[in-house]
Ligand binder design. Structure first.
Ligand code: NAD
Length: 436
């Protein structure tokens, strides 16, 4: 079986490398020629643990990477589409890349005898598969279900764990219009995965599953963040103990209950926006989802207020921001709260020095030389008036009194509660803990 994958971002490249490393014949396509070039040297264009090794192995076995979509469409049995689906300026889902790929596929199929199944892995609002099918039918003058198949197969991997999640997903959702096409994709997955629960359904339900999933995760985060904010007002209260206790309740579950500065990244904020805008099209008012979103966007303001109480003012003060990526083990800064915080502190005329093990280059592209950057913790802390732990990189939990000695004022603001107050010879303020 030949596999085509269109879009070699976090999802597409992880999937391509995983399949290729197991000897599958995979042709991965990206329209960005620089990316293709880099990937062909065995280097992913972004940081993802384990991916570099896996990619090198895959390139030696079954993986080819190019920008030749025609070859992929003409030769592949299954064509996975994994292009980005960002947000438009009005907060709607931007389907430009996906629709562009669909049109290209249709035009190529018009002159090909191949009858592939097109599998949409990109996150898309319900009814998008139907629109994509219509584009392919129009461009190819061929019929879905006869000349090609179409499947919705949303992806649930987590950045920072993309390789492990690609090999061991918690679920495979397959949405289709006919059982023959659904079974073809299911059979492919059954050859790759053992012991994975499958949900087979129609395309629009599969599409909706992904949004319901991410909305629920976002809800959990905003919920615990709100509880953390309340805890802060009750002397001695600890949100982590609250989260641990409620997480033991099997009806709640322990994951996604880590209070912090708000969720970011390339998925939760954009997917929530897309679902809100999508449901408003039908006259629905998704009050809960809007509250989740509002709670999240307020978190950075809450953090500024928290810091103002500690520092009084920011002007001219050197503030060390520890962590730029939206989560640990990633260099992805898309919608990172850290970047948002930096922008706000710059407005208050603070002097920012930013530290991150992986995300400095991406941040520089956005913030430029308005702040300084360092990969050395010592340099980040030197002469600083306040260090703010934003991303829970493991190395920040190892900060000790020797490191803090370099600071001008030893003030730590810990939005992840990585450090232990009583061990520190510093003024330590953690969000989510009620001040005594
Ligand atoms: P990404 O932005 O990292 O990568 C998308 C890739 O598609 C880029 O390399 C881009 O150059 C390529 N591309 C764009 N247009 C193209 C075209 N016409 N032809 C060929 N290539 C093209 O995106 P991602 O983070 O991998 O996400 C892809 C999809 O999967 C999105 O819909 C996203 O919501 C969803 N998703 C992402 C994650 C995640 O954690 N990143 C998890 C689950 C689902």
């Amino acid at each position: 079986m030949k596999i085509g994958i269109i879009g070699t971002g976090f999802v597409g490249l992880s999937f391509a490398a995983a399949l290729g490393s197991k000897g599958y014949q995979v042709l991965a396509i990206d329209s960005d020629l620089d990316k293709v070039k880099k990937i062909n040297t065995g280097n992913p264009p972004f940081y993802e643990p384990k991916l570099s090794t896996l990619l090198k192995e895959a390139l030696k076995k079954g993986l080819e990477v190019s920008s030749d979509i025609e070859q992929a469409v003409k030769t592949s049995d299954l064509i996975f589409i994994t292009v980005g689906t960002p947000t438009t300026s009005e907060g709607k889902i931007n389907l430009k890349s996906l629709k562009g790929v669909a049109a290209e596929i249709g035009q190529i199929l018009a002159h090909s005898k191949n009858k592939p199944v097109i599998v949409i892995k990109s996150t898309v609002v319900p009814e998008t598969n139907r629109a994509i099918k219509e584009i392919i039918e129009k461009e190819s003058k061929k019929k879905s279900g006869k000349d090609f198949g179409i499947i919705s197969n949303p992806e649930f991997l987590r950045e920072g764990r993309a390789v492990d999640d690609t090999f061991n997903p918690h679920i495979v959702v397959i949405g289709g219009e006919d059982s023959k096409t659904i079974n073809k994709v299911k059979k492919f997955y059954e050859g790759f995965y053992k012991n994975v629960p499958y949900i087979t359904t129609n395309t629009q339900t599969a599409e909706m599953i992904k949004y319901a999933n991410n909305s629920f995760l976002a809800t959990k985060i905003s919920f615990i963040n709100q509880i953390a904010n309340i805890c802060q007002s009750i002397p001695g209260t600890n949100v982590d103990d609250v989260a641990k206790a409620i997480g033991i309740d099997p009806r709640i579950g322990k994951q996604f209950l880590k209070a912090g500065p708000g969720y970011g990244g390339s998925c939760l904020p954009k997917d929530l926006r897309a679902l809100i805008s999508f449901s408003e099209n039908f006259g629905q008012d998704p009050t809960l989802l809007k509250a989740v979103q509002k709670t999240n966007t307020q978190q950075v303001e809450n953090l500024i207020s928290f810091m103002t109480k500690i520092l009084t003012r920011f002007e001219g003060k050197k503030i060390s921001i520890l962590g730029l990526s939206f989560k640990e083990d990633s260099d992805d800064i898309r919608e990172s709260v850290s970047i948002n915080l930096i922008k706000k502190l710059l407005k208050h005329k603070a002097k920012i020095v930013a530290h991150d093990p992986m995300a400095i280059e991406n941040t520089r592209k956005i913030i430029g030389d308005k702040i300084s950057y360092t990969k050395s913790i010592d340099e980040a802390l030197k002469d600083s008036e306040c260090a703010v732990i934003m991303t829970p990189w493991k190395l920040y939990s190892k900060l000790n009194n020797k490191d803090l000695k370099l600071m001008k004022n030893k003030i730590i603001v810990d939005t992840r509660r990585l450090l232990i107050k009583k061990k520190l010879d510093a003024k330590y303020y953690a969000t989510g803990l009620g001040l005594k």
